[in-house]
Design a protein around this ligand. Structure first.
Ligand SMILES: [Mg+2]
Length: 269
């Protein structure tokens, strides 16, 4: 497995909140779970115990890089492995953590690149403020790079995300709808660019990837082989690619399947 780089998204790919784990089978088939994130005094995210063991084995032999749209602060709450990974990609590629510390050179290079393309974050935030309604529960910006809005999905007006997506596309930005969050990001801010940087630094000869959202597409397509779960934004939009496998299961069982698949592929490499 040495020389193998594994870049995996976290939320709804490897880790699951109670609302996303989709445990629908009979109680006796319910897997035992390990809590990997605690927030505001309560457990929030989980993996199955089996997936946790698989990921430990994977991380012992390959370079396993959590590759997330979470900010470094949001990522810091996640304890996926016993020993924190040497590399983590946060803010959709806007931050590269090396042994837990932000790589300042990478951050400033990304900021210089995103500043050159498309409109500024402030303009996107103005648009979000001007077109919102009661369905908008929170507006946030992340790492000074992108914006996200927490919405009431049940009250979200039909076409609102499509209109926003169209507006963003004309300005070099894109959107992603994940659970209760609507993200707006510069098109140049990608997980794939940060993953390529980690591959360069580690001298990786093989890369594997996993992810569930529109923000993971470049990462999945750049990898030698990839997998996505049978749920989430990519699944809902029917996205497929010759190099990307799809799990049989959905929900937290898909997370376990993804961990198994990554370990098997890394072992073969
Ligand atoms: Mg995800």
């Amino acid at each position: 497995m040495s020389g193998v780089l594994v870049c995996s998204d976290l939320d709804r790919t490897l880790i699951y909140s109670a609302s996303s784990m989709a445990l629908t089978g009979p109680d006796e088939t319910m897997p035992r779970l390990l809590c990997v994130e605690f927030y505001q005094g309560a457990p929030l995210s989980y993996v199955t115990e089996t997936a946790a063991r698989t990921l430990e084995t994977l991380a012992a032999g390959a370079t396993l890089v959590p590759t997330t749209t979470r900010t470094p602060e949001q990522y810091a709450r996640v304890h996926l492995l016993e020993k924190p990974p040497a590399y983590a990609i946060c803010a959709n590629g806007g931050h590269l953590l090396v042994d837990g510390a932000d790589d300042a050179d990478w951050s400033s290079a990304v900021r210089a690149r995103t500043a050159e393309s498309g409109v500024a974050l402030a303009e996107v935030q103005e648009r979000l403020a001007a077109t919102g309604g009661d369905f908008v529960l929170k507006r946030r910006s992340a790492s000074g790079l992108f914006a996200y809005t927490v919405v009431d999905r049940a009250a979200l007006p039909g076409g609102w995300v499509d209109d926003l997506t169209g507006w963003c596309a004309e300005r070099g930005w894109r959107t992603s709808l994940q659970g209760r969050k609507v993200y707006c990001l510069p098109e140049s801010l990608t997980k794939a660019a940060a993953a390529a940087e980690v591959a360069r630094r580690t001298g990786a000869t093989t890369t594997l990837a996993a992810g569930d959202s529109l923000l993971d597409i470049e990462l999945l397509e750049a990898a030698g082989a990839a997998i996505r779960p049978a749920h989430g934004e990519l699944h809902d939009t029917g996205w497929s690619s010759p190099g990307t496998a799809v799990t049989a299961a959905a929900g937290i069982a898909a997370g376990e399947e993804i961990a198994d698949w990554l370990l098997a592929r890394a072992t073969d490499a």
